[in-house]
Write a protein of this length. Structure first.
Length: 101
């Protein structure tokens, strides 16, 4: 028997899963903590701190951006990254709700 996921899975559950997937790597958690402690930073700042290749860092930033947890603004020749505060707050509320149940 097949379950119709559109009737079983709520929009909140889909969002929570998207946020959780984006946070499923320790480097991404570090990036989120770093951005939460600052207004914004440039990708070059993270290059200096993290012991990973620039291409790997780009992939992690892309995952966080695709999930909506961060936003990047091009300030040629760099990209400035900040938390997407609306989605960050939504993610916190969804996790609180999940663990509070």
């Amino acid at each position: 028997m097949q379950i119709d996921s559109e009737k079983v899975i709520s929009n909140e559950q889909e969002k929570l899963a998207r946020y959780a997937k984006a946070m499923s790597h320790p480097i991404r958690v570090y990036i989120l903590n770093f951005l939460a402690s600052k207004a914004c930073c440039f990708s070059g700042d993270l290059d200096k701190i993290l012991p990973i290749a620039r291409s790997t860092l780009s992939q992690h930033l892309k995952e966080l951006k695709n999930a909506g947890l961060i936003q990047g603004n091009i300030e040629y020749p760099k990209i400035r990254y900040c938390l997407n505060t609306d989605n960050w707050n939504e993610a916190k509320q969804l996790f609180v709700k999940l663990f509070g149940e």
